[in-house]
Design a protein around this ligand. Structure first.
Ligand SMILES: *Cc1c(COP(=O)(O)O)cnc(C)c1O
Length: 243
């Protein structure tokens, strides 16, 4: 059996090639796209191997798993992204390790995260980068259980992030929707996100991250202008059970 390090190295090389090909296909430079490896459900030992293999950005979606893993990996030169739905009772923990939060979708979360960030000493220059998660299966309001705010809710959240101490609006995130007009059309969904991102940058020029694309659809995301792709299974393997 191949050892884990070799397996991860091979998978990373394949993902790297996919990103490079996707960039080349639309005339983008490879360095315009950052790979975030989603390590959820996999152990800290994998995070360590990934860091040795040159990965610099990792993501988690559950605080219960992320907090101990990030603590075990505190010596590594990693940027930690939080990409899961975030409950306000978890923000105190999340600000301990998260450099970027991708799942801002309501005012109450902005307020709670800001308070926690300030308590943690995240003052000017050290703000937590916050991406607004856009739900493309709804036009207005929030997406119900799955997280995200409809496109019409983005501007107000961005303004609130800009005002909130300890936080800064950093851009947008989406997951290709399973329902609604974009179901099964990731490229169209990501093109819609690009439009919303252009509007956002008009008001907040520094909010220029576009986080879209996972193992199955990273090419569509790169073609539609994503700056960050979040890849789990294509690097780490199929996840056992939920996650
Ligand atoms: C799990 C997850 C990913 C990675 O998905 P894969 O299909 O494993 O690449 C990306 N984004 C979010 C928000 C996730 O929860």
């Amino acid at each position: 059996m191949t050892d884990r390090r070799t397996q991860l190295a091979d998978n990373l090389a394949r993902v790297e090639e996919r990103i490079a090909d996707a960039c080349a296909a639309v005339g983008r430079k490879r360095d315009e796209v950052t790979l975030i490896v989603v390590t959820k459900t996999y152990p800290a030992s994998d995070v360590r191997l990934l860091a040795e293999l040159g990965v610099r950005h990792v993501a988690e979606n559950r605080d219960q798993d992320a907090a101990p893993k990030a603590a075990e990996c505190a010596d590594l030169p990693l940027t930690w992204h939080f990409v899961g739905q975030l409950q306000t009772n978890k923000v105190k923990s999340v600000v301990n390790y998260a450099d970027v939060v991708h799942s801002i979708d309501r005012m109450r979360l902005v307020t709670a995260l800001s308070t926690a960030a300030v308590r943690k000493g995240r003052g000017p220059g050290r703000e937590i980068g916050c991406l607004i998660q856009v739900a493309l299966d709804v036009e207005t309001g929030d997406a119900g259980g799955r997280g995200g705010v409809g496109p019409d809710g983005v501007a107000a959240l961005a303004d609130a992030l800009a005002e909130a101490e300890g936080l800064r609006p950093a851009g947008l995130m989406t997951v290709a929707p399973l329902a609604g007009p974009y179901a099964g059309r990731p490229r169209a969904a990501f093109e819609r996100l690009r439009e919303i991102a252009t509007d956002l940058r008009a008001a907040h020029p520094a909010a220029n991250m576009v986080s879209a694309g996972m193992s199955a659809d990273l090419e569509d995301a790169v073609a539609a202008g994503a700056t960050h792709v979040r890849v789990g299974t294509a690097v780490l393997g199929d996840r056992p059970g939920l996650g």
